[in-house]
Design a protein around this ligand. Structure first.
Ligand code: DSN
Length: 425
């Protein structure tokens, strides 16, 4: 390996010199990410190229406004970066308008509210315990405090979306905006059915595809393009970019959304993030990424099969996307207890509410897992079976330190054979 290559794998030398404390913590986190099986379905490994873009001089530049119409001088290169990101986003998602400036998913959704609604207007979204997101009208969020939430849930019978009920609520409440797209729903979304309902009640339809955007661009999940009015997404989940957000829309909503992002909500865009988004979008347009998206789903299905064979109870009975929601209560543990035991064994998930949960959100009945990050490491179906076996063993003996320690060691060995993108150790 040449000196340049060694240096490029170890780019923290300046941090180490200035701030060894933070340097060491970054290195420890890097090691943690390398040595554990990361199953939190909203997390991933960004590529080295994406991470390099985030650590550039672009962070030094203010650029309030949009390409060609900025408030400060010196934008000749920043404009080009943002234009490239916008064009790649439009092409990849097949939507006529794109804004790549939202700082993340929640600010992207805030911009939609600001662009289209007045305080107090009705917004229909999936209730949080059913798998919705805070910004879709949860009472504790700005969306539920400043606007009038009209929640829908999944069916109590099978935990699937019940379009008869969603339509009934929409007809009764006449919301101005309807959100579809969820943080803990393991099934394919039927955008057309939502669109029919939105059209019938005259609502704007937003699909928040933060969780599944990488699946959408790889064809592993149907696309909302041409069906919904606005698409909101983060860029760091299945899309595997930097932490950030994007809005895509029909042309008619573009100007209002742009104005809501800036100057409505934000100041200068984070240009280093914009560059990294552009890089991630380029990566996401490759055949390798298409295979990646499909493998995420195949892995999730294999993991679900493995868990079912061990008697785990899965919400909706399985998965069609990247995530699995486990009702862990039949294993005699709460969601938090199970997630904690798994983490001690090197398998990192998050506890999560299940539909109609009777437990508190901080210690709910479920565990949410997903396959985006482990698929980025190249793990496939055989590894999913091993992970399911380990999960069963750890959950069955959650209080036994020796079991967790042994599994953590086996997990480390497996991880060593599947190097994580962007990590040099
Ligand atoms: N925090 C994200 C998730 O884990 O799903 C949603 O914003």
């Amino acid at each position: 390996m040449s000196t340049t290559e060694v240096l490029s794998l170890n780019q923290l030398d300046a941090i180490q010199a200035v701030d060894p404390e933070i340097h060491d913590l970054i290195r420890l986190e890097e090691r943690r990410q390398a040595n554990v099986i990361r199953l939190i379905p909203s997390e991933n490994y960004a590529s080295r190229a994406v991470m390099q873009a985030t650590g550039t001089v672009l962070t030094n530049k203010y650029s309030e406004g949009y390409a060609g119409k900025r408030y400060y001088e010196g934008q000749e290169y920043i404009d080009q970066v943002e234009r490239i990101a916008v064009e790649r986003a439009k092409a990849l998602f097949n939507m006529p308008h794109a804004n790549v400036q939202p700082y993340s998913g929640s600010p992207a959704n805030q911009a939609i509210y600001l662009a289209l609604l007045e305080p107090g207007d009705k917004v229909m979204g999936m209730a949080l315990p059913s798998g919705g997101h805070l910004t879709h009208g949860a009472k504790v969020s700005f969306s539920g405090k400043l606007y009038t939430p009209v929640p829908y849930t999944v069916s109590a019978k099978d935990h699937l979306l019940d379009f008869t009920e969603i339509r009934r609520i929409a007809l009764e409440e006449r919301p101005k905006l309807i959100f579809c797209g969820h943080s803990a729903y393991p099934r394919v979304l039927d955008f057309a059915k939502f669109a029919e309902i939105a059209k019938e009640v005259g609502a704007v339809l937003v699909s928040d595809i933060a969780h599944i955007s990488g699946l959408v661009v790889s064809g592993a999940h149907p696309s909302p393009a041409g069906i919904v009015d606005i698409v909101s997404t983060t860029t760091h989940k299945t899309l595997r970019g930097p932490r950030g957000g994007m809005l895509l829309s029909r042309e008619e909503y573009g100007a209002a959304l742009d104005k809501a992002v800036f100057p409505g909500l934000q100041g200068g865009p984070h240009n280093h993030t914009t560059a990294a988004i552009a890089v991630a979008l380029k990566e996401a347009a490759t055949p390798e990424f298409t295979s990646y998206g499909h493998q995420i789903v195949r892995n999730a299905k294999a993991l679900a099969e493995g868990l079912l064979s061990h008697g785990f109870r899965l919400i909706t009975g399985g998965t069609e996307n990247h995530l699995i929601l486990i009702d862990i209560t039949n294993k005699g543990l709460s969601g938090r207890e199970a997630a904690k035991a798994l983490a001690e064994a090197g398998i990192v998930a998050n506890c999560n509410a299940i539909p109609f949960d009777t437990r508190k959100p901080f210690d709910p009945s479920g565990v949410r897992i997903g396959t985006p990050a482990i698929t980025s490491r190249g793990m496939k179906e055989p590894e999913m079976k091993r992970i399911a076996d380990w999960m069963a063993e750890v959950v069955a003996s959650a209080g036994v330190a020796a079991v967790k320690a042994r599994v953590a060691g086996e997990v480390r060995d497996l991880c060593a054979s599947f190097p994580a993108p962007g990590i040099s150790i």
